[in-house]
Design a protein around this ligand. Sequence first.
Ligand code: F6P
Length: 510
Amino acid sequence: MNEHDTLRALAKAANRIKNTSLSELFTADSKRMEKFAVSLAGMYADFSRQKLDGEILEQLLKYAEQRSVPEFIKKMAGGEIVNSSENLPANHMSARQKNNKSAKLIREFVTNLHQGIITGFGGRRISHIVHIGIGGSELGSRLVYDALKRSRDPSVKVRFVSNIDAACISDALSGLDPASTLVFVVSKSFSTAETISNAKIARDWLNQHLGGNAYTKQMYAITANSEEALGFGIDPEKTLSFENGIGGRFSLWSTVGLSLAASLGNTGWQQLLAGAEVMDQHLLQTPLQDNLPVLSALISFWNLNFLKMPARAIVPYAQRLSLLPLWLQQLVMESNGKSVTNTGKSAELLAAPVVFGDAGTNAQHAFFQALHQAPNPVPVDFIGVVKDSENYPGQAKSLLANLLAQSIALMNGKQNSQNTQTNFPGDRPSTTILLDELNPFNLGCLLAYYEHETVILAHLCHINPFDQWGVELGKKLAVQMQNRLDGSASTQYDMATEAMLKHIIRRHDQ
Ligand code: F6P
């Protein structure tokens, strides 16, 4: 049996399982939890409410073997070229190791900052860091900063600037004392339009308030392109580089996480990395059938390609994790949203669901109506925290109760033949992940789990998850369009664009 035979067998199995409901799968197999629930360190993952049985799992595992998933994982971890279109390795796993160059730079910087060796203008203690970056150069840091509010050192606060919308940088700089603020320009390429534009505003802000070229003392570059940073005028001693072999959306663990490390302190930062490393070791050493990211990737592969469910909702029942869906959206959709395989052929398998979500219970009052009753089932990832660190135990129990209730409601539904509008069809799949508590270690573990899942899902579908050619065209067009808006170019566009340009120019000048 080869890969294609297994795919055919899986398609047949999808037809077969259509007629068996999730609740029937539970009744049919008293050992279901043994196959579909896995614990690792502070994390418990329950895949039992996904619509597959033991036989289908066997077939999926066989497919993973045929796709040489263990060999691929070893290749990636060993620093071999896995990003074929850019001829690069994917070194995010090694960035998490203590003796890595990035890790050393971070340790030294954080120590010097907290000991007051790194200071602002006139020896002022640093109270704020403005982190300028976008996409992978910001989302992960902002997510973890929010999530770990309880673990932060309150003496150093971070403000994030991503969008080219001036509202972003205005809000970030508002009320700050420039003399006690460091500005981090975080960009792998050091050429992303939004980041460079915001960095110029921050550079002027430092100079205007502190005089001369004050920015050279308080502006840092975090990049894989030191030359560009030098061209921008950043002191090479203030350039903390990371390697080109770390993809933007996987780069949180490198010097990209510097502002976060400054806020968490070395101990918290190390715990975050240690949690991720535990997931790395689990990935490398655990047989496929008990391997958390592999199981999760196989289930996504199954849902997308055989049960034909092209979306995925991410619902953390933890307000502090409300940015998780956004981070995962970039990770999954930028990595895997491709229709060409890593050998340039037309891709036959889907690797990227449409990812969306919000924190529960808020999400229950927004899109859950559709999750329960719309004709197109959407698999949900529920993420819960067992031990809450706030001081209101009643609220914490309600949160968990809601999480558990929703996954039951989605699975079992409720029939009402009298009033079909109140009918809940049920049979809607979900995964539940429970973290013992929301601390740096467990969060590191969770994020690495999703990173690995995404990469393995891509590999199952013959996709290279480490490039992102699809973002280039729009960037180029935006530059041309800006020239047209500035009046420095006269490029003509289609009818609709011309009408909007006319509207914008007319309204703008009124
Ligand atoms: O949106 C495309 C992208 O290249 C992402 O992959 C990346 O995370 C982001 O832009 C920022 O890129 P850079 O770190 O080079 O500024």
